[in-house]
Design a protein. Structure first.
Length: 253
């Protein structure tokens, strides 16, 4: 087999291997067209060796990069799958826990966003529920307090609003104490701490009922009663949910 036949075979194989290897292909093709003489055989061999070496280095580098990227992709997919599975477990824990409360829908809507923080910890679930209840009570107190500045209110309505705000302040104090006690780790025994927390949360729940009692009379404007009730009902439901979680944690620490 002469050198031209060898080159013919090389061109075909290189082209089949990688049609984009135009540098090698064109370089070989030029030498074929012009012929390889004794005078330029050495020069051609050196050029081919340099090109081939460069092409091989580039190909190997590209191959290594592809292998590395494939490894990273597989690792990324594995991590995503693991995280997805973990998230499903955490969300299911929230769903199951909410199923034991008086308002599973509100519970799931409120606490599903905290799944990654709560994980599958009854303690973190109870603590989060207390914190959310506290913040919601503060917000409700602000909204209801502003109602006292509404135009056209009767003196009894203003008095009912002020009494309600006082009850909410008591709730805030009790929930703060419950949150602080839940976060403390020393001093009293676990049973005593949980008993205190249960007492404070129960008292906060009673405060909401007392607030609504002031708006039960016929003298209260319907729109005012509806606005207050909307705020208090949500607060009461969240505190009730928190109490359920606290009771569960107290029984199963």
């Amino acid at each position: 087999m002469n050198i031209n036949q060898v080159l013919d075979n090389l061109i075909i194989e290189l082209h089949l291997l990688d049609p984009l290897s135009s540098l090698v292909f064109i370089k070989l093709e030029i030498h074929l067209v012009h012929g390889v003489t004794k005078n330029n055989q050495a020069s051609f061999c050196r050029e081919f060796e340099e090109i081939g070496s460069s092409y091989f280095s580039i190909s190997m580098a590209a191959l290594l990069i592809l292998i590395h990227l494939a490894t990273l992709l597989n690792s990324s997919l594995a991590v995503r799958k693991l995280l997805g599975t973990q998230t499903n477990i955490e969300t299911e824990f929230i769903r199951t826990s909410c199923g034991t409360t008086t308002d599973p829908g509100l519970c799931m809507t409120t606490f599903s966003g905290y799944a990654s923080e709560i994980q599958v910890s009854p303690k973190l679930l109870a603590r989060t529920a207390l914190s959310v209840s506290l913040n919601t009570t503060l917000s409700a107190s602000t909204v209801i307090a502003k109602l006292s500045k509404s135009q056209g209110l009767k003196p009894k309505e203003i008095a009912a609003i002020r009494d309600c705000v006082e009850e909410l302040k008591d709730s805030v104090d009790e929930l703060k104490r419950a949150c602080d006690e839940m976060g403390s780790g020393g001093g009293k025994s676990f049973e005593l701490r949980m008993s205190d927390i249960q007492t404070w949360v129960s008292a906060a729940l009673t405060d909401e009922d007392t607030c609504m009692d002031g708006f039960s009379g016929k003298y209260v404007n319907g729109n005012l009663k509806t606005t207050v009730r909307r705020q208090i009902v949500k607060v009461a439901h969240l505190i009730s949910i928190a109490l359920t979680f606290v009771n569960h944690y107290a029984a199963h620490p």
